[in-house]
Write a protein of this length. Structure first.
Length: 341
């Protein structure tokens, strides 16, 4: 038996930071939202991969843990009473004769709305696994692709592999509790925020710091017994090798991503990203908008704060579809406050 559809103004696909803020922005414009996400929690990558990772570029917050930011965004959206459909993936998107959209999820949930906001981040994601023989035996014991709890790494000898923001930020974050941190990267230059890279180099130069830069090396082998890691082998392109005694390996080589069914929705794509009008975040399909990491346009910056701005642009572009003919007397939240708050 086919489930009766839910009716709402906007379906937000993705409950990451951009999606959660889109609920707030839509709510401020008197639009109701249903939110769909394949994870069984809100927060997207922030919750699933690094809830205790510090984030430094949120305006007004010199530093905030990813999990704390997610909690704050969820609280901010709460007055507008969004309906969450978690643990479900959106499978199909159909256009209705009356101009509405019908979204159907993997659980058979049917939602009709005036517009859809794609806030799917990188799509379905999983960590890129380094090509090390026997690594599967150590996963979950000595090899981790995310840090769930910093305190679990206290007094550990840690090898962090990678040269991006995750590798650099975690090396900085763990420097005050780890016994030893080896940062393995194949080149002297890091692909991280310049200020963070400078902080890491300063730590490596401090004789009181546990941080050592192992450059230019790359992962080569693992040593241990029964899943217990004891050492990580590294080597240069010239064949020089080192043995790093270690309890934990944190390989941060990015995510393998897949748009899934979204790729078949007839949207203009650039590789695995959805092309949008940067002034409205509208896609090539009427009624469908995209924000956050899944969206692309010239000079796009993949920053959380940009996703927040894109959420506001999309909400304002959608409002005439939900409230046609109604004039918008826009007020700043400092003037209007938040309904129900």
């Amino acid at each position: 038996m086919t489930e009766s559809p839910h009716y709402t103004d906007v379906v937000v696909i993705g409950a990451g930071p951009a999606g959660l803020f889109a609920v707030f922005e839509c709510g401020m414009l008197k639009m109701r939202c249903h939110v769909v996400d394949p994870l069984d929690m809100v927060g997207g990558q922030l919750s699933a991969l690094y809830p205790e990772k510090p984030i430094y570029d949120i305006p007004g917050m010199p530093s905030v843990l990813a999990g704390e930011l997610v909690s704050a965004l969820e609280t901010q959206a709460a007055p507008f009473k969004p309906t969450y459909h978690l643990g479900q993936r959106v499978e199909t998107l159909e256009d209705r004769a009356d101009g509405r959209c019908l979204v159907v999820t993997s659980a058979g949930t049917r939602i009709e709305a005036r517009a859809v906001i794609l806030a799917a981040g990188a799509g379905a994601f999983g960590p890129n696994r380094p090509p090390l023989d026997g690594i599967e035996a150590y996963e979950g014991q000595g090899v981790f692709y995310m840090v769930g709890r910093r305190e679990a790494l206290r007094d550990k000898r840690i090898v962090i592999a990678g040269g991006g923001d995750s590798a650099v930020d975690w090396a900085i974050s763990l420097a005050d509790l780890a016994a030893r941190i080896y940062v393995v990267h194949r080149r002297p230059r890091f692909r991280a925020a310049p200020e963070s890279a400078d902080r890491l180099r300063a730590l490596a130069e401090d004789p009181q710091s546990p941080v050592e830069l192992v450059i230019p090396y790359q992962l080569d082998s693992l040593e241990g017994d029964g899943g217990t890691l004891t050492a990580v082998g590294v080597k240069t392109l010239d064949g020089d090798t080192r043995r790093l005694e270690a309890d934990v390996l944190l390989p941060f080589f990015g995510l393998a991503t897949d748009l899934g069914p979204i790729a078949g929705w007839g949207l203009d794509l650039d590789m695995t990203h959805v092309t949008v009008d940067p002034t409205t975040m509208a896609t090539s399909r009427p009624g469908v908008f995209a924000i956050g990491d899944v969206a692309t346009y010239p000079n796009k910056l993949k920053l959380i704060l940009c996703g927040f701005s894109e959420a506001a642009l999309a909400a304002h572009a959608i409002r005439p579809l939900v409230h046609p003919g109604e004039a918008l007397h826009f007020e700043y939240s400092t003037t209007s406050g938040v309904p129900g708050a």
